[in-house]
Ligand binder design. Structure first.
Ligand SMILES: Cc1cc2nc3c(=O)[nH]c(=O)nc-3n(C[C@H](O)[C@H](O)[C@H](O)COP(=O)(O)O)c2cc1C
Length: 217
């Protein structure tokens, strides 16, 4: 499949306006989810997107404390690395979450991050406040050792819930089965190709949305 780089006309050419954040929820740096995410981001960059990868396991993020003195502006009162991550996620045009299957679900690192969006969930669904200003594209990448579809069903459902809170439309997913040892996914060209394509599609969807709204360069 051929892809055309985003056309750039007028001032500001060269400065890509499509910002994609990739979130790796695996504790294994250089592991399968990490490799797949890198490939997806490479795909996004190949069509001109600006990308950033965040490795949750390197951040200090405490689990949600169900605080009762919540602010009404959707922000969280816990001062840790989530504060920077909230900003990055809210500013992004697309969010790609990558998590391996751990005990039939996403990893603890991924779930802890998602739970910390309870403050935004409350603002959006209880207080009916429009905190997220930018509609996003969302995509999910997962990998498991087994061949069980139900594990992905659980994981997908949680990620979809998260995306609903940050106004990300769940557009793409790649779920790779039968991969266990660290880095083994490098032998799975099918997964690598699909995930590169996921990155291209995510970036292209954002660009299409921007063009429809008359935004972008
Ligand atoms: C704590 C733990 C739990 C796991 N649970 C499952 C599971 O429920 N089903 C499965 O198919 N694989 C499971 N696996 C295997 C991982 O999904 C698999 O090794 C994956 O490739 C790891 O990706 P990573 O290299 O990105 O961490 C588990 C691995 C660990 C360490």
């Amino acid at each position: 499949m051929q892809h055309v780089r985003f056309a750039c006309q007028g001032d500001g050419c060269g400065a890509s306006k499509v910002k994609i954040i990739g979130i790796n929820g695996s504790p294994r740096i250089g592991g399968n989810a990490d490799i797949l995410l890198d490939k997806a981001l490479e795909g996004a960059r190949s069509v001109g997107a600006e990308t950033e990868k965040v490795i949750l396991n390197t951040l200090k993020i405490v689990p949600c404390q169900e605080c009762e003195n919540l602010k009404d502006d959707g922000s969280c009162i816990i001062e840790d690395d989530m504060q920077g991550l909230y900003r990055k996620i809210l500013e992004a045009d697309a969010v790609i979450v990558a998590s391996p299957v751990f005990f039939g679900s996403i990893t603890a690192q991924t779930k802890i991050m998602i739970d910390r969006f309870q403050c935004l969930w409350r603002a959006k669904f209880i207080l009916k406040k429009n905190i997220v200003k930018k509609e996003k594209v969302g995509a999910f990448i997962s990998v498991e050792a087994s061949n069980r579809e139900d594990f992905f069903v659980n994981s997908r459902s949680i990620v979809k819930n998260f995306f609903a809170v940050i106004d990300a439309n769940y557009r793409e997913e790649i779920l790779c089965r039968g991969i266990d040892e660290k880095g083994r996914v490098l032998e799975r060209l099918d997964c690598l190709e699909k995930v590169f394509e996921l990155g291209v599609k995510v970036a292209s969807s954002v660009k299409q949305n921007q063009d429809q709204k008359g935004e972008g360069s």
